[in-house]
Design a protein. Sequence first.
Lengths: 273, 389
Amino acid sequence: MRRGPSWFNITAITLGFAFLYLPIVLLVIYSFNASKLVTVWGGFSTHWYVALLSNQGLLDAAWVTIRVALLSATFATILGTMAAIALVRYGRFPGGTLFSGMVFAPLVMPEVITGLAMLLLFVAIGFARGFWTLTLAHITFSMCFVAVVVQSRLVSFDRSLEEAALDLGCPPLRTFFTITLPLILPAVVAGWMLAFTLSLDDLVISSFTTGPGATTLPMKIYSQVRLGVTPEINAICTILIGIVTTGVIIASIVTKRREVERQRAERLAFQTG
Amino acid sequence: MAGKSLTAGKSLGPIRRAFAPWNDPTAKPFIQFQNVTKTFGDFTAVDDLSLNIYEREFFALLGPSGCGKTTLMRMIAGFEEPTSGQVRLDGQDLVGVPPYRRPTNMMFQSYALFPHMNVWDNIAFGLKQDGMPKPEIAARVDEMLALVKLEKFAKRKPHQLSGGQRQRVALARSLAKKPKVLLLDEPLGALDKKLREETQFELIDLQVKLGMTFVIVTHDQEEAMTVADRIAVMDHGKIVQIATPAEIYEQPNSRYVADFIGEINLIEGTISAIEGGITTLDCTGTGAKVQVTQDGGAKVGDTAWFAVRPEKVAISLTPPADPNVNAVTGEVWDIAYLGDVSIYHVRLSTGATVKATITNTTRLVERPITWDDKVWLTWSRDGGVVLTR
């Protein structure tokens, strides 16, 4: 047996990661390009980051995107959690399978169809398209993702914990907030983060359901790219990558630390038991 | 063990403890099930069942899984509502009262300790729901921690405790509110044998000390016999027999109970005579004639079963004075040496097997009776009972 990676493994890893990250690395490098031409390197500069701050159109779009993402992720989490609880808890009822299928259908539904359907609905009821229709549409498509994440946690949830709380005199609603919610919170937070990122980068459904005055960042970038890529776009994308990367790193550190703590606690119990 | 047979038959009085409200017609039942039925879809978990449990009683519901014992307990706790019938506690109708308004507390099989709270908060949880003032909560929690000897572990989370410690926290939490009834759902199932036996005696002491009514659900007959004042043996949603552990063991009312509790030899026969308090059975399967001081409600000509515990069967190499009554002969087929006792399986000429238990009162060097020996099995007239169902 040889130790260490073989040449084949090294090649495979290099190629795989290059395939995944080369475009992103290029984008980050070119965001520091002094030249106005995207494809020609003109020396290092943070010029485009400064220029970004004065590009009101992009900043407005970023602000709309963040507001929509925060609002829709929060409401999608509430609705998705409620849907998950209903589907897991109310056991078998006539049409139960159909119901759970229907909650998860938007997961596989082509975005174009969801977007078009939402557009038709808003037109039919005469809802002026803009920020709120955008938010509603985002809630709709992201809540099923939350439902999936929370449902998988609830399936393994020990019902006797809730029964114990009821038995000790805690009414059902208080039981939910003092026992159930704290225990499924990791799944709920994960669902929220998923909904947030989905909303952040959605282009297709947003294009269908938005109106004047509510342009999201992906829409703005897309429309600008059609006129030609500017280094400003590279700069804002680099900032987004930075935010997402920081989030992922923090989340993994927290999880790792908790795991280490749990293992130590279990060792402790084993020693004293 | 053989001495025990003297107390079988009709005179069970001396075995009973002084506490026996179920024999007192003026005693008021504390928990009352009246014609309770519970169905889940087309499955009947509890079938038209009536049952009285008395105050300060340690009552065990015993039966195989799926017999309805857990459903019955969950109806006291309020997690299940009866499909029909009445459940009363201390005169109060419980039907429709949600679990969080019932004066009962339950210790769950899985302990159901809240994993995100430490031991102290787990025990205080129920007290906080009642809006008890903080100093009183603190005093009661400390009292409970002392009761289960876990003072040092108050700040530990459940996953930082061993199985036995978790079991104690669960017990302390369910006792903290001083419930009228403590429900124990297979409370010791997750503990190893030694710890389980210790805990059984601690439970009995605790129940006497606190003067509370305990209802325990278990499938472990030894556990039920150790802790309970009375046992209800259940099968298919019905109670087959309710009696004290000694009565259940010595005077089972059916083959089901006799077989479920302990070891038993069941011999089928026909009642040929009932005279002078002696019932005579002709046992076709063994070719023996059996005489018993009890008739089990059978009439002459009925088919009945003679049930005798292996420890009440004596084994000998020499034939008894009267080899035609209460005696069978056969060959030693198998010997199970368990240390304290040995169980002999004796194969009769008819093919039936009868078991006899011998207490190993001396150190076993060489067995006086061994494989393939021709032996005689005998029992006294009051060593067994006649069962008609």
